[in-house]
Design a protein around this ligand. Structure first.
Ligand SMILES: [Zn+2]
Length: 503
């Protein structure tokens, strides 16, 4: 198995990166702030493992400066009230739409989501145009518009040639998990768009960046191994790296419910042959394994390290919706777009993928446990485009697709109104203030969204007075060098091009 060798490289190949690192813990800050420093980072030798006591070491990550980051207002001086809910689980589904969820819920095929919908609150989640996923997921994470948070699209450096993907260092506003870290609340984040490189959080938190499932896809990517910036604490990769499955490791028996073809055809079309951008089966193989890997990592990490806020992002619904829509719903497409044989082969991919994700939801609900408040959210909806090769789409990026189709929002559990109840209005900007409210932390005055109070239990406390800006509390986001990952970026950009996200 080459996996172990690769993971070992993660632990052994990085000393050069650490030469210039500075120990933030020397900062004279409130205890909660000191926890933001690198005290929880991994050291070179195998530490006590990802979930053991935090080893003493210098911080991970590239290109840290020699001067400590500037600090602002002491978070302990900010009025908080303690968490309104014990635990929160945010399940982030790129591209999920009520148009497909509703009939699937109706037919009983999504039992886990149905359980949340029946006892909780739902909304069509209004979104932003252009519906560029990294921009909107960053809006959901920060509570700011793209022009303010700085992640505008798939190109990392606006105006530059498209050679790099957006990443966390380009983000100019704190993600909710960074805000929460300042208040000592533990988050475990897996797979969120533009969360690479993984910067230190407070002790007990962890982050597995969006690069981890991809970086091991050797058939598809030219980046050979995981690096220390891929997760925090970096030692986490010792246990999680081996869980990542490559596209070629896909199990034919497991995907027979999606792809109706005989064994020979499956062998030839799905398993055989190299990864090719934008063609149905290799893309399926890729996203299926990517989401599967994400869920496996999330379950393992969350089981070993309980957190206050668990966050898991999956990409697959978006990808299969782009590629397979005309097989599911051939009306509105030219007849030759989806011949009978292909409709039989591929017509179930999208609905079955929703069913698969509902199963993942069930698995993750088991992991986070009863008594966890759950938020299911998507960045935008989806619809048919009437043309190929991207037969499903969202927004102006895909001609023919609906403009800014609403995403999905479901809230259920402690602290949430008992349903079923439908919210009149909810916007992607409202997610961050609402999350913070549930964790007893005030939103920022500078955030445009609102706390979705009508979704909350009526006996809950009112919204806390807002703080001026979280950007001025705790460790400030410094002007940072922007790292790039040319191999990983080029592969993902090719995929995004193949899917029609970018030109
Ligand atoms: Zn999206």
């Amino acid at each position: 198995m080459i996996r172990h060798r690769e993971v070992e490289r993660v632990s052994s190949g990085a000393p050069a990166l650490f030469v210039r690192l500075v120990r933030l813990a020397a900062l004279s800050l409130a205890p909660a702030l000191v926890a933001l420093g690198p005290a929880g980072c991994a050291r070179e030798e195998a530490g006590p493992g990802p979930n053991g006591a935090a080893p003493e070491a210098e911080g991970p990550g590239p290109r840290r400066t020699d001067t400590p980051p500037p600090v602002g207002i002491d978070p302990t001086s900010v009025g908080t009230r303690g968490k309104l809910v014990d635990r929160l689980f945010v399940f982030a589904l790129d591209g999920a739409t009520w148009d497909l969820l509703d009939p699937l819920l109706e037919s009983g095929r999504l039992p886990h989501l149905a359980g949340l919908v029946e006892r909780g609150v739902t909304a069509e989640l209004r979104t932003l145009e252009p519906t560029v996923s990294p921009a909107i997921w960053t809006t959901i994470a920060t509570g700011f518009l793209p022009r303010d948070h700085g992640i505008l699209g798939f190109d990392g450096v606006p105006g530059a040639t498209m050679t790099t993907l957006p990443n966390a260092r380009m983000r100019r506003r704190k993600a909710f998990w960074e805000i929460l870290a300042g208040f000592g609340i533990r988050a475990g984040v897996v797979g969120w768009w533009a969360s690479w490189p993984a910067d230190p959080l407070n002790e007990g938190s962890f982050l597995v960046s969006d690069r981890v499932p991809y970086s091991r896809m050797e058939a598809a990517i030219r980046r050979a191994s995981l690096t220390r910036e891929d997760a925090w604490p970096p030692d986490l990769l010792d246990s999680l790296g081996p869980l990542v499955e490559r596209p070629d490791e896909i199990a034919p028996a497991a995907v027979r419910r999606f792809l109706h073809m005989d064994r020979d055809e499956m062998q030839r079309r799905l398993l055989g042959g190299a990864y090719r951008m934008g063609s149905y089966l290799p893309e399926f193989k890729f996203v299926y394994q990517s989401d599967r890997s994400t869920v496996k990592m999330a379950r393992a990490a969350l089981a070993a390290q309980p957190v206050d806020v668990a966050v898991v992002y999956l990409t697959g619904i978006d990808t299969v919706s782009h590629l397979y829509w005309h097989f599911m719903e051939p009306e509105g497409f030219p007849p030759q777009a989806a011949p009978e044989g292909d409709r039989r082969r591929y017509g179930e991919v999208i609905p079955e993928y929703y069913v698969l994700v509902d199963g993942y939801l069930g698995d993750l609900l088991d992991t986070v446990g009863d008594g966890t408040t759950v938020i299911v959210v998507s960045d935008h909806g989806f619809g048919p485009t009437g043309r190929l090769p991207w037969s499903g789409g969202h927004g102006r990026l895909t001609p023919g697709a609906p403009i800014a189709p609403a995403g999905v929002l479901v809230l259920a559990g402690p602290g949430i109104a008992v349903g079923p109840r439908r919210l009149e209005r909810a916007h992607v900007l409202d997610i961050a203030p609402t999350l913070l409210h549930l964790m007893g932390v005030p939103a920022g005055e500078d955030m445009l969204g609102r706390v979705l109070t009508e979704a909350l239990a009526s006996d809950g406390p009112p919204e806390l007075p807002r703080v001026d800006s979280h950007e001025r509390i705790g460790i400030l986001r410094p002007d940072r060098d922007i790292p790039t990952d040319p191999a990983g970026d080029s592969e993902r950009l090719e995929r995004l091009r193949a899917l029609g996200y970018i030109q």
